[in-house]
Design a protein around this ligand. Structure first.
Ligand SMILES: C[S@@+](CC[C@H](N)C(=O)[O-])C[C@H]1O[C@@H](n2cnc3c(N)ncnc32)[C@H](O)[C@@H]1O
Length: 343
């Protein structure tokens, strides 16, 4: 029997499906961990051959794949063989748009500890990680969950590489001589912008242990090193970088005081006329609201943070003293708030 994604089930079934969301997430995670998508080539394959390749029992593997194919992840053909779909290909590690590490990150063991406490987080407005593990989320991750920390770094790298291309494609920085990415992670956005503008100089500011792993192209010996400056530091303490354009991407998701302090530091560093581009996932006015709102809840659980609405972002930027010149989609899940420091 062929399984296909069902269309528009009645509300009573839809709610039943929703409360089994954990089964769906766990199935995607299991397939990613087993490497099923990597083992399946372009030709349809029997479950027995796939099971041998990924070292599982064939019968439970067929059950896993049948569950996933209901959601359009893999497909079971009339002859019982398994083939890829557009979504299952994204679980391959070598796919140029791979979501393998994002899928693992969103389903890491700590998430299964935290989700049942969502009612508590909603009641208190605070993260649940402190109570669960006795320490702040990133401290827990780096000290107690090194495998999850590794998955996080790989997931961030994948998503940064992919969105950096979109950011560079959107931003017109003609006329600017320098750009600084504040909390720029490993520097994918800086590298993409230096590629686009061959005479531009770029700075990457992030926490010391993060910039230690900046992309090799920006580091001494890299092809962009002559135009790149790596600045280890805490942007809430100071932004010791003068640039024509500041990019702040997926940073302003923490508490309001940190957001206000970072914006103050950027405004002080850039001075009147500096351009400030804030890039965020929004929880409104976006075609990816199911994803963004889920990330918003996960941020509440782990760091007590939040994704913004257009209004809440606009409010924070103007309260900090920035003038907003425009808001534009970068891709289906990111928006850019293009601002300047008034003269
Ligand atoms: C969600 S990641 C976004 C990274 C990058 N901007 C991107 O979009 O791919 C958040 C980044 O903020 C950095 N960060 C957190 N606190 C920071 C601080 N106080 N000063 C500078 N960077 C910070 C983290 O190290 C991390 O690289």
């Amino acid at each position: 029997m062929t399984t296909t994604a069902p269309s528009a089930p009645p509300p009573s079934m839809r709610l039943r499906e929703l409360v089994f969301g954990a089964a769906c997430a766990a199935a995607v995670r299991a397939a990613a961990r087993l490497g099923v998508a990597d083992a399946l080539g372009e030709a349809p394959t029997t479950v027995e051959d796939l099971a041998a390749a990924v070292k599982t029992e064939p019968k439970p593997l067929r059950r896993l794949l049948r569950a996933l194919s209901c959601y359009g992840v893999f497909t079971e053909r009339p002859d019982g063989t398994i083939a890829h779909t557009d979504m299952s290909r994204l679980l391959r590690e070598d796919d140029p748009h791979s979501l393998r590490y994002i899928s693992l990150w969103c389903t890491e063991p700590w998430t299964w500890d935290a989700w049942p406490k969502l009612d508590e987080a909603v009641r208190t407005g605070r993260n649940v990680v402190q109570d669960l593990y006795g320490k702040e989320f990133f401290t827990y991750l780096n000290e107690d969950a090194p495998e999850s920390a590794d998955v996080f770094n790989r997931a961030m790298t994948t998503s940064s590489e992919q969105s950096a291309r979109d950011v560079a494609a959107l931003l017109d920085l003609s006329g600017a001589a320098s750009v600084a990415d504040i909390g720029g992670g490993q520097g994918h956005v800086v590298a993409s912008l230096l590629d686009k503008y061959p005479s531009m100089h770029g700075s990457l500011l992030d926490l010391p242990r993060v910039v230690e792993n900046a992309v090799p192209r920006l580091r001494p010996g890299g092809d962009l090193a002559g135009r790149a400056r790596i600045v280890p530091g805490d942007a809430r303490v100071s932004v010791p970088v003068k640039a024509d354009v500041y990019v702040i991407k997926n940073i302003l998701e923490w508490d309001d005081e940190s957001t206000a302090q970072l914006l103050r530091n950027v405004i002080e560093a850039g001075g009147p006329g500096a351009r400030v581009v804030v890039i965020e996932n929004l929880v409104d006015d976006t075609p990816s609201m199911r994803f963004s709102t889920a990330m918003d809840l996960l941020l509440l659980l782990n760091v007590g943070g939040a994704k913004h609405t257009t209004d809440s972002m606009t409010g924070r930027l103007t309260a900090a003293g920035l003038s907003i010149d425009g808001i534009a989609p970068v891709n289906p899940y990111l928006h850019a708030f293009d601002c300047h420091v008034p003269g």
